[in-house]
Design a protein around this ligand. Structure first.
Ligand SMILES: Cc1cc2nc3c(=O)[nH]c(=O)nc-3n(C[C@H](O)[C@H](O)[C@H](O)COP(=O)(O)O)c2cc1C
Length: 341
């Protein structure tokens, strides 16, 4: 029996440049389970992109949201952060950076749009959506998943009624999904985390972090995972609309270029070290999501200008394993080879 009637190879939801209908649809049509990282999308865009995915494939897909974070707007801290960005704006010929009017989308409106889009799976990260929300979404017939970086988070999510838990190991690219203890969760690797969650939980566990080829898929299944989630390796498939500078940086990187940084968003995330991560290392920053909103103009302009030193180059530790995956369908097939039904 396959988990939730879905294929075992899932593409991780990836907010930002990879949040594309073409990519999600190519994964689902190609025999995997594509997911849309909708965290930075306005509710109306979630509706539009979901319709676009449906127009491209009748296969199931997922949607993912960030749980709302506790933060208080701090204009003085934002100004201090903008002062750090200002020389880079000047270097790119951009106007001086300004305070963002709004730092994040309205979560409840995003949630309503995501549920109305009727994905097969709605997943959450960076928090516990809570029993009431989980029950309301499940009542609409959607599978609800949460993300855990340690066993206590998995237990909390299970107590809230989720149908399954994504085990996000320390190798994973992008933001750390944890929410208990330190704000960003523990640094437990996938190899250690998956079996501990499998032992502790009654709900199925989906492995994420550092899985990039058939060997990783086999390992995750041996550890007890009921499906695998692969992010970074899908960034390099043909259908992923990554900016050329980001793509080139991924192709150039070595294993030792992977780092954890708060520099772009205020929240710990794994990506490739570059000028911004190095120069802001150890600097006090406003709480997430304020820097994320404040640095968006710089990141977007840098992507257009081909300046990878100012882009948040999210990628996981297993990046060098999969440089030329070809199409999304080809990568799904290569990963699925070692999955034992
Ligand atoms: C570019 C990028 C963006 C990501 N965005 C999200 C996101 O929006 N929501 C989420 O739950 N996880 C996000 N992640 C983390 C993935 O869900 C997943 O945990 C991770 O990619 C798995 O590790 P891997 O990158 O080694 O395959 C992102 C990862 C990357 C690389």
């Amino acid at each position: 029996m396959s988990l939730f009637g879905l294929p075992p190879i899932w593409m991780a939801p990836m907010a930002g440049e990879a949040a594309s209908a073409a990519l999600v649809a190519a994964v689902s049509a190609g025999g995997g389970f594509g997911q849309l990282g909708a965290a930075y999308l306005a509710p109306s865009r979630i509706t539009e992109i979901a319709a676009d995915i449906r127009a491209r494939t009748n296969r199931p897909f997922g949607i993912n949201l960030f749980c709302p974070q506790a933060w208080t707007r701090d204009d003085a801290a934002i100004d201090a952060y903008l002062a750090l960005l200002a020389p880079w704006h000047a270097e790119l010929g951009l106007p001086a950076p300004v305070r963002p009017a709004v730092c994040e989308e309205d979560f409840e409106a995003q949630l309503a749009a995501a549920v109305a889009a009727r994905p097969a799976v709605l997943s959450f990260v960076m928090g516990d959506p809570g029993a009431a929300r989980v029950a309301a979404v499940k009542a609409q017939g959607l599978v609800v998943l949460g993300t855990a970086t340690q066993v206590s988070e998995g237990l909390a999510l299970q107590a809230s009624g989720v149908d399954g838990v994504i085990a996000q190991g320390f190798e994973a690219g992008g933001h750390r999904g944890g929410f208990l203890g330190s704000a960003e969760g523990a640094g437990i690797g996938t190899m250690a985390l998956v079996p501990q969650l499998v032992d502790a939980l009654d709900v199925p566990v989906i492995a994420a972090g550092g899985i990039a080829d058939a060997r990783g898929v086999a390992a995750a299944q041996a550890l007890g995972a009921s499906a695998v989630t692969v992010g970074t390796a899908f960034l390099l498939v043909d259908e992923c609309p990554l900016s050329p500078a980001y793509r080139a940086a991924l192709l150039d990187a070595r294993d030792s270029d992977s780092t954890l940084t708060r520099a772009f968003s205020g929240r710990l995330a794994r990506g490739l070290a570059n000028r911004v991560t190095r120069e802001l290392e150890g600097t006090a920053l406003p709480a997430f999501p304020q820097p994320n909103a404040a640095s968006r103009p710089l990141r977007q302009a840098a992507a257009k200008a081909g300046r990878a030193e100012f882009i948040s180059l999210w990628a996981g530790q297993a990046l060098p394993l999969q440089r030329h995956p070809g199409s999304a369908a080809a990568l799904v097939a290569a990963l699925a080879r070692s999955w034992r039904a």
